[in-house]
Design a protein around this ligand. Structure first.
Ligand code: ADP
Ligand code: MG
Length: 347
């Protein structure tokens, strides 16, 4: 059964289209991320699901029921914001119980359910504290508990990790994902962070300018990007402009090996991931000049100029006896890749 369905959903502000005719379904227990650059319509979409924004056209269905015209409290969704939005004058337990109180759940039941939700996020020992007495990560877990306690049909998360520092972000990320999986929560998460989306989601919906560019699993988007925008937004990609010819793909930096898979007819871009390119000192390959070496610890990132075109290569940092040890900026190098890893894309 489909738990959440958006049918031709659209939102227009004056003459600006924030979301244009979007279609999407999420199955029971699935986590789907809405990913895309700032301003592409992610929050607007999420808030139309929650009921805080009325769509200009289209409908929202939850478990098969049309909820487009229902108030937020009648939709059985729970929304968690990046800013946590906890009530400062209420304790942790009171914050978590608040939604149940609104639903007229009796006191004893409220307390039992809130405690249960707090246990799930491992904060039951802090139930008498006030939000200001908690760390950012703890506050975000209270916000999660406040959503979980409602046992929502659809759980909505708007950039839930973006206020947390890097290390905490990783922890809360795993916590959200394992809760979501163990409770089989149908979840729609908004993020602009591709790593977050790739690691947490069953499926991703990549948006741009109010529309869907591509939807699929992390592997679909990473390995089979539909266009140059997707290739560049999901992971990193070298995207080189040119045109396909009999002999290969002609670019300002020479004719490149044609991709094994036939791309779109008339494709104008050649895409190759940085980690799919090997850099060598001599032998076969496209000639270039090494411009920059960025040591990243386990990996090293190289910028190689093919004529005027910079190409990024990411490779394991060479050991002292490695052929690549002691490379210097300015050196002539050659780049090689397999035609199986290259793709032809449109803009
Ligand atoms: N209340 C509003 N009035 C007018 N324009 C809005 C309003 N809310 C959002 N927008 C516009 O709609 C577009 C999508 O916004 P939003 O959904 O917040 O993007 P995202 O969450 O992807 O960053 C943006 O161009 C934004 O400026
Ligand atoms: Mg947003």
């Amino acid at each position: 059964m489909k738990s959440l369905e958006l049918v031709n959903i659209r939102k227009v502000y004056g003459d600006a289209v924030a979301v244009s005719d979007m279609n999407m379904t999420i199955s029971q227990g699935e986590l789907v991320s809405l990913l895309g650059p700032s301003g592409c319509g992610k929050t607007t979409t999420l808030r139309m699901v929650a009921g805080f924004i009325a769509p200009t056209a289209g409908s929202v269905l939850i478990n098969g029921t049309d909820v487009t015209h229902l108030a937020p409290y009648d939709r059985n969704t729970a929304l968690v914001f990046q800013s946590y939005a906890l009530f400062p004058h209420m304790t942790v337990a009171q914050n978590v119980a608040f939604g149940l109180e609104m639903r007229k759940v009796g006191r004893a039941e409220r307390e039992a359910q809130s405690l249960e939700a707090l246990k799930r996020v491992r904060l039951d020992h802090l139930s008498d504290r006030y939000p200001r007495q908690l760390s950012g990560g703890q506050q975000q877990r209270v916000a999660l508990a406040r959503g979980l306690v409602l046992n929502p049909a659809v759980f909505l998360l708007d950039e839930p990790l973006s206020n947390l520092e890097a290390k905490l972000r990783g922890e809360v990320r795993s916590e959200i994902r394992s809760l979501q999986q163990s409770l089989e929560l149908t979840t729609l998460m908004v993020t602009h962070d591709q790593e977050e989306a790739l690691t947490m989601s069953d499926r991703l919906v990549l948006m741009e300018a109010g529309g869907v560019r591509q939807a699929g699993t992390a592997q679909d988007l990473y390995e089979r990007p539909a266009d140059a925008f997707v290739a560049d937004f999901v992971g990193r990609s070298n995207v080189i402009e040119g045109g396909a010819e009999e002999a290969g793909f002609r670019t300002a930096c020479g004719t490149l090996l044609p991709p094994a898979a036939s791309g779109e007819a008339g494709a104008r871009f050649y895409a190759i991931r940085p980690e799919k390119i090997s850099i060598v000192r001599d032998g076969e390959g496209v000639e270039g000049a090494l411009r920059e070496i960025l040591y990243l610890g386990a990996q090293t990132e190289y910028t190689v100029m093919l004529g005027q075109t910079p190409v990024t290569v990411i490779a394991a940092t060479p050991g002292p006896d490695d052929a690549l040890a002691g490379m210097r900026s300015g050196e002539a190098v050659r780049l090689r890749w397999s035609s199986a890893d290259a793709r032809l894309l449109n803009a």
